[in-house]
Design a protein around this ligand. Structure first.
Ligand code: APR
Length: 188
């Protein structure tokens, strides 16, 4: 299955996604919050917070897993993206790792389909175009190495985010195609 067939961008509410796992844009405490964190806890019910309490928090760039309770998704992977501080505090690498840590956990749990929100682009203030490029690259890199996950959905909550994440995905696909054309050309 082509990588481009395994990654998609949609505009929807992440809590309704019928996938094996949805990813939560959490904070280091893992004790809930606003934004998508609040929406996921609201939809999953109080047992989610009860399980989160036992996890002892989560460092930025890492991920931890719980059950999904009342969500359609069986699992919730909680990851903590970086707070944007101007770009000189390793934010890019931390955001890349937040996606990768979530995917590595998904692989460990034999998860086949996973949906991500826009990590760090809300309260954490990460510039959305930059975040979208990092998100797509991190997922793409992982899918080139691992073929057990056959569906990664980037769920956007509004039209602007949808346009930006869709463009980021198109750019990666076009650049890969260009590289392949160049390498085929040079190998002749
Ligand atoms: N489905 C999909 N996306 C959503 C939903 C939803 N139900 N609700 C919000 N979003 C989008 C926001 O519009 C934003 O684009 O998720 C993106 C991430 O925004 P935040 O939820 O603010 O996450 P983040 O920027 O990573 O900040 C994390 O916010 O909620 C707190 O506890 C959380 O402290 C942590 C911080």
């Amino acid at each position: 299955m082509e990588i481009s067939d395994r990654i998609s961008v949609i505009m929807d509410d992440i809590v309704t996604q019928r996938v094996d796992a949805i990813v939560n844009a959490a904070n280091n405490s893992l004790l809930g919050g606003g934004g998508v964190d609040g929406a996921i806890h609201q939809a999953a019910g109080p047992e989610l917070l009860e399980e989160c309490r036992k996890l002892g928090g989560c460092p930025t760039g890492e991920a931890k897993i719980t059950r999904g309770y009342n969500l359609p998704a069986k699992w919730v992977i909680h990851t903590v993206g970086p707070v944007w501080k101007g770009g000189m505090c390793d934010e890019d690498r931390m955001l890349y790792r937040a996606y990768r840590s979530s995917l590595e956990l998904a692989r460990q749990y034999q998860i086949r389909s996973i949906a991500f929100p826009g990590i760090s682009i809300g309260a954490y203030g990460f510039p959305i175009e930059r975040a979208a490029d990092i998100a797509v690259r991190s997922v793409w890199d992982f899918l080139t190495e691992v073929n057990t996950i056959n569906e990664v959905i980037l769920v956007c909550y509004n039209q602007r985010a949808f346009n930006i994440y869709s463009d980021a995905l198109k750019n990666v696909i076009n650049n890969i195609a260009l590289d392949q054309k160049r390498s085929n050309g040079s190998s002749k």
